[in-house]
Design a protein around this ligand. Structure first.
Ligand code: UD1
Ligand code: CA
Length: 451
């Protein structure tokens, strides 16, 4: 059985933030969320998250996907793991990872468990040009891991060591909880260091092991906003490469921002400066032109999106959107539609084959199929206090510059004369016209010009 303990109680002082460190987002997803996803993908069945600072937001975000142990006060990483007592009597292996290492991948977690099969402890280490603030891996003459020394406790020669502790360990559960009892806080930070377990295990004759990770950036810890930007860049590259391998064209992957949970089918082309977030699902053969923003959007096959914003909305196959359209608030545009320049839709349904090509606002409306909406049409859905719905049935033709004062229903194949302000419903097949007749004044144009 595989268990995990994720350390997420620390304050993250260097983030200079009100938000708990592990709730900061990388690729549009809280760091702790990335870690839990990777653990689940690696088949870890029990996950205990150690919470402390900003425990509330961590719990609200992860919900009952995991269980929690409160660490209060926070006396170090070893003390944090002690709080996961609920795992103490379980067998199997437990992985311990830092909540501030968002880039860890499923494959590495699997390799770490495999590496620990014949050992009681495996620490994942990395070899860096400079050890920086990381704990140093001290090996004996035979190359065996002797202990980990925190940078603040290192002798000058230990500081020279380039092999560092990534903060990720796998333990045999039984030895882990036995070893924790021996941790003391006699060090520079007066903390209970998890890293002391290496020496404790060796002393007890429990087999210890270090596995050097392939890509040390994958195990980077985020301690401040500079690290956060580094993690963001790593994750962006990683996510974009995954989509490209799956058959998506990114014209400029360095300037394409795709969230961790977005799905995109093959043969879709994404242009630079596109941001795609949340639970967005995109079909195949879609073209997303520059400067588009999508969040929680569902996009069908063969859709073209040009410099537009789509939030909480669905666009079905063979539809074109934009340039400069804004679809929001649970709007659903069906197949073969055309949504054009400077058009806004909110909380509306727009039926198959309907067109709305220019300068229009459609809010709280239900439009049927094969409707043509002229330029500059406005559904007047709000009287300052209440919102009302507009209904337009199949085949209707809404002339340019009409106002539809909701609630109002326009019947099948009905026609609205351009420039009408429609306050009453129009029956199937009828025409609604609501404007004054034109009057022409002879010669008044010339006279005006001469003045
Ligand atoms: C830790 C390791 C160090 C390693 C580095 C890798 C120890 C003593 N040091 O140092 O060897 O190179 O990670 O990034 O383990 N946390 C708690 N409760 C606490 C203290 C920390 O939950 O009482 C959590 C933090 O929220 C954080 C993680 O543990 O997610 C790591 O803590 P942090 O203070 O960042 O440790 P480092 O100094 O980076
Ligand atoms: Ca850290």
């Amino acid at each position: 059985m595989k268990s995990a303990i994720v350390l997420a109680a620390g304050k993250g002082t260097r983030m200079k933030s009100q938000l708990g460190k592990v709730m900061h987002c990388v690729a549009d997803k809280p760091m702790i969320g990335h870690i839990v996803t990777a653990l689940k993908q690696a088949g870890v069945s029990r996950i205990v998250v150690i919470v402390g600072h900003d425990a509330q937001s961590v719990k609200a975000y992860l919900g009952d996907e995991v269980s929690y142990a409160l660490q209060e006060p926070q006396l170090g990483t070893g003390h944090a793991v002690m709080q996961a007592q609920e795992l103490a009597d379980l067998g199997g292996d437990t992985i311990v990872l830092n909540g501030d290492g968002p880039c860890i991948q499923k494959e590495t977690i699997e390799q770490a468990f495999a590496a620990n099969e014949t050992h009681a402890l495996t620490v994942l280490s990395a070899v860096l040009d400079q050890g920086l603030h990381y704990g140093r891996i001290v090996r004996d003459e035979q190359g065996h891991v002797k202990k980990i020394v925190e940078a603040k406790d290192c002798t000058p020669s230990e500081l020279e060591i380039k092999e560092i502790n990534t903060g990720l360990f796998v333990f045999k559960n039984k030895e882990l909880f036995a070893g924790l009892k021996e941790i003391r806080n006699d060090n520079a930070q007066k903390e209970y260091y998890l890293t002391d377990l290496v020496e404790i295990f060796n002393r007890n004759g429990w087999s210890t092991n270090a596995m050097i990770v392939k890509d040390h950036e994958e195990t980077m810890g985020v301690n401040d906003r500079l690290d956060l930007a580094k993690a963001e860049a790593w994750m962006r590259k990683h996510i974009n490469e995954r989509h490209m391998r799956e058959g998506v064209t990114l014209i400029d992957p360095d300037h394409t921002y795709i969230g961790a949970d977005v799905t995109i089918k093959a043969d879709t082309i994404i242009y630079p400066n596109v941001v795609i977030q949340g639970n967005t699902n995109i079909g195949s053969h879609v073209q997303i032109l520059p400067n588009s923003f999508l969040r929680d959007a569902i996009i069908g096959d063969d859709v073209v999106i040009d410099s537009s914003k789509i939030v909480d909305s669905q666009v079905d196959a063979h539809t074109t959107v934009g340039p400069m359209s804004h679809l929001r608030g649970h709007t659903h545009i069906h197949e073969h539609c055309r949504i054009g320049n400077f058009v806004e839709f909110k909380n509306s349904d727009f039926g198959e084959g309907s067109k709305c090509a220019h300068l229009t606002y459609i809010g709280d409306s239900d439009f049927g199929k094969q409707i043509n909406v002229g330029c500059g049409v406005v559904t007047v859905n709000y009287d300052g206090k209440h919102k009302f719905r507009t209904t337009v049935k199949d085949g209707a033709f809404i002339g340019s510059n009409c106002n539809l004062i909701a609630p109002v229903t326009i019947g099948e194949n009905a026609l609205l004369a351009a420039g009408s302000t429609i306050t009453d419903s129009v029956a199937d097949g009828d025409m609604g016209i609501a404007r004054n007749r034109q009057m022409n004044k002879e010669g008044l144009g010339t006279k005006y010009k001469q003045k």
